[in-house]
Design a protein around this ligand. Structure first.
Ligand SMILES: *Cc1c(COP(=O)(O)O)cnc(C)c1O
Length: 387
């Protein structure tokens, strides 16, 4: 089965991890700050905090922005559950803003409409989490303008998007947000096994996230309530977590950073080839906003089901039977039983539900260039022609 995504590990990556294994530090050594620096410099952000996952990054990003009980956070329904769960971890309430029919990202137009209603109802969100689906940036200029007007903060969930650009600038620079987070799970653009990072240009947010990453413990005497008792001394000044990244992971990430641009360029080659070959098939290929250079984490097609004369499920299953490991990103989060239990009902975001009824993620990763893509294209063409 050709998977929908997979990591690309070379000998340099392996050597980088082995070097850490032979070193003095498996965790909290020099690799983590080196990786943080490399990502921050690449993205043009001032500060970066490496953590154990993007989920952890979302959690401490929400906490750093003061999200707590009684607060409201909004995100996209077409995302991985972690983008919404982070608000619930903080005791806040979550709601969803419907998607744009072309990019499938949280729609700035729907956001404005919902904000206007929320203002009348007297319950505006504290934080909005736009998700750069597939690696294509949301309309951040518009979302940022709305944040100024309605007074909310922005966390960009860029789990799919490291290596992508928006208005010619790398995603992660936080030009239109307080914090941007990345994921380094193996299916994402670069990997550390498990891992994530939060970037910001605000020193106070950076410090707070560093504190929360490691139990709320500080060794900085300026942050302590009194002079240290001795050289062993540290203080826990907040309730944090163990969300640290290890040096083994960071060394892998640092090594992967060297090929980030190459990975994204290959993903574009794969996407362009799919686009060319699917031109005449009854499906919609990913629309690209002219201001965006996607990282192409995912390649999502939407089936024109009436023309195809086949159900979504039948098409999906036929591809799987042909050895093509297609997937579906994502089930609208509020349709998950846990969220239904919170009171969300079907029909909440109609555009997201239309998307869910037609979308399929095709295999997309750099290693696909070696013959795999041809097999995907042939299988898909054959199934489409049988309809
Ligand atoms: C993968 C992903 C996450 C979670 O990433 P982890 O590193 O696995 O915690 C969050 N949001 C989105 C959009 C993702 O795709």
């Amino acid at each position: 089965m050709i998977p929908y995504g997979r990591q690309d590990i070379n000998e340099s990556d392996i050597q980088a991890v082995v070097d850490v294994l032979r070193s003095d530090f498996l965790t909290q050594g020099p690799a983590v700050p080196a990786f943080e620096k490399a990502v921050a410099e690449y993205c043009g952000a001032q500060f970066s905090v490496a953590v154990s996952s993007a989920t952890a990054a979302l959690h401490i990003a929400c906490l750093a922005l003061g999200v707590g009980k009684g607060d409201l956070v909004w995100t996209s329904p077409i995302t991985f559950v972690a983008s919404a769960n982070c608000a619930l971890y903080c005791g806040a309430d979550i709601d969803f803003v419907d998607i744009d029919p072309h990019t499938y990202n949280l729609s700035a137009a729907h956001l404005e409409e919902k904000l206007e209603q929320a203002r009348h109802a007297g319950r505006l969100p504290k934080v909005v989490i736009p998700v750069h689906l597939s690696g294509q940036s949301c309309d951040m200029a518009s979302i940022h303008a709305l944040s100024q007007r309605y007074g909310f903060k922005i966390i960009e969930d860029a789990s799919h998007a490291i290596g992508g650009k928006y208005q010619g600038q790398p995603i992660g620079g936080c030009r239109y947000s307080e914090i941007t987070i990345f994921s380094f799970h193996p299916v994402k653009i670069i990997t550390t096994g498990e891992g994530g990072m939060a970037l910001t240009n605000d020193v106070r947010l950076a410090k707070r996230m560093q504190l929360l990453r490691s139990h709320g413990i500080t060794r900085d005497t300026h942050e302590m309530t009194h002079e240290p008792d001795g050289p062993w001394y540290y203080q826990q000044i907040d309730l944090g977590f163990n969300y640290r990244m290890t040096d083994l992971q960071a060394a892998l990430g640092l090594s992967q950073m060297q090929r980030l641009d190459e990975f994204v360029a290959i993903r574009h080659t794969v996407a362009n080839r799919y686009g060319e070959l699917f031109k005449d098939l009854p499906m919609v290929t990913p629309w690209q906003h002219p201001e965006s250079y996607s990282a192409f984490h995912l390649y999502v097609i939407r089936l024109k089901l009436v023309q195809l004369g086949k159900t979504h499920l039948a098409f999906f299953e036929a591809l799987r039977s042909a050895g093509v490991g297609v997937n579906l990103h994502y089930i609208p989060v509020y349709l998950q039983p846990y969220y239904q239990g919170l009171g969300f009902e079907a029909g909440h975001c109609p555009e997201a539900e239309r998307y869910y009824a037609e979308a399929i993620s095709l295999p997309m990763y750099p290693g696909l260039m070696e013959g795999g893509q041809q097999r995907v294209v042939e299988a898909l063409g054959k199934i489409a022609s049988q309809c």
